[in-house]
Design a protein. Structure first.
Length: 375
């Protein structure tokens, strides 16, 4: 181990490809990917981290709303998304920004955090459901979408992301039960990041692991080092094959869901409205920094001759550029106060229509600018 000390997952039964130092473990199988794909995973990790740093800074400047940082959790979102096909659907909570980066949707997405509903509308084009703040409320919808894919014989799976705290919600259990009974092609991606705001995992569940909850619903639960991008890739790939019903290629295979517990750690605050020093010692974070996914992936690429100083520099520059472009794009988005009525209903219910008409009349009277925040 390095200067940070003991590997926090040393005694945990988690699937890993890379050791904490980024070297493949002696008995691990490194996923069979092209050099470009390995570098693309690294690029997405670096871009996600850069986005995260800039997003927190933008919030502090009043340029975006409340934001949920993801530093430390990039590998699970990026690695799992690389293991899916583009046609597969992603339904996420609010912290798995790496999935959006891996789908190359950052510019389309960022406007959401600036209050533009167009942000969530645009990512739908890339097969990503809108983010979900009502904890676990997206899970029955994700299972419903997976069921629909199965019903229509479409070869598509759904990766549904959520935190450990979400497993205490009824929606989680209903979704898991339905998926188990009806064999929906769903990957339940549980991000065990240590906390649900200020509640530690030890106070969240009496189960030894989140993964073992899957047994109650009759399907597999697996635990993986969620700060290892290649392990996150491999385990998701396997789960996606099982969901497609082609795990071992044998005829008659049925599609099965999987619960994947990504064991990881949230380095930063729950959101920009949170102060983690109120409930945890800053020193608690340190051991987890030794598992930083960016360092491990960079070390892996260097060790295997897939990248050098110049390559790393180029990827960092590219990440800065992608994020800067996304911010420019988002800040140039035209705001319309009536947007908030547009995307929830195909047809507005009478009461909502009345509210919209009232707003339109007020906009007519006072001008649009009166309803938009000034610079
Ligand atoms: C139904 C519901 N209850 C409570 C909240 C308030 N809340 C927002 S985030 C959060 C914690 C969620 O923790 P977890 O699912 O572990 O995800 P994490 O934030 O750690 O990524 C809570 C309780 C909410 N958004 N929705």
């Amino acid at each position: 181990m390095d200067e940070h000390g003991v590997d926090p997952l040393a005694d945990e039964d988690v699937f890993r490809v890379l050791g904490p130092d980024g070297r493949p473990l002696p008995d691990a199988t490194v996923p069979d990917l092209s050099d470009d794909r390995f570098r693309a995973i690294y690029r997405a990790l670096v871009t996600t981290r850069r986005f995260d740093e800039r997003a927190v800074s933008l919030q502090r400047q009043g340029r975006i709303g409340t934001y949920a940082p993801c530093a430390g959790q990039e590998a699970s979102a990026v690695g799992s998304t690389h293991a899916l096909a583009d046609r597969d659907l992603i339904s996420y909570q609010y912290r798995e920004h790496g999935a959006i980066v891996a789908r190359d949707l950052l510019s389309e997405y960022l406007p959401y955090w600036m209050g533009h509903e167009s942000g969530t509308e645009a990512i739908a084009e890339g097969n990503v459901f809108p983010l979900n703040i009502g904890i676990a409320a997206h899970l029955p919808h994700a299972v419903g979408a997976a069921w629909a894919f199965d019903y229509r014989s479409e070869d598509r799976v759904v990766a549904a992301h959520f935190g450990g705290g979400a497993t205490s919600e009824g929606d989680f259990h209903e979704a898991m039960n339905f998926a188990g009974v009806f064999d929906t092609p769903t990957l339940f991606c549980c991000h065990a990041n240590g906390w649900a705001i200020s509640i530690p995992e030890s106070a969240q569940t009496a189960s030894a692991t989140f993964a073992e909850k899957a047994a109650a619903y009759g399907f597999d639960g697996v635990r993986v080092d969620g700060m290892d991008p290649l392990a996150s890739y491999a385990i998701t790939r396997e789960a996606a094959e099982r969901a497609r019903g082609s795990a071992d290629g044998s005829e008659g295979d049925v599609s099965r869901p999987t619960l994947i517990e990504f064991v990881e750690y949230r380095f930063g605050a729950h959101t920009t409205a949170d102060d983690p020093t109120a409930y945890r010692d800053p020193d608690d974070v340190d051991p987890w920094r030794a598992l930083d996914p960016l360092d491990r992936m960079e070390a892996f690429l260097r060790e295997t001759g897939r990248i050098d100083d110049e390559g790393v520099e180029a990827i960092r520059d590219e990440a800065d550029e992608v994020v800067a472009d996304a911010i420019d794009f988002a800040e140039s988005a035209e705001a319309d106060p009536t947007d908030m009525f547009d995307h929830a209903y195909a047809e507005l219910p009478p009461e909502i229509r009345r509210q919209r008409d009232e707003l339109l009349a007020a906009v007519d009277e006072h001008g649009k600018e009166a309803f938009l925040r000034g610079e």
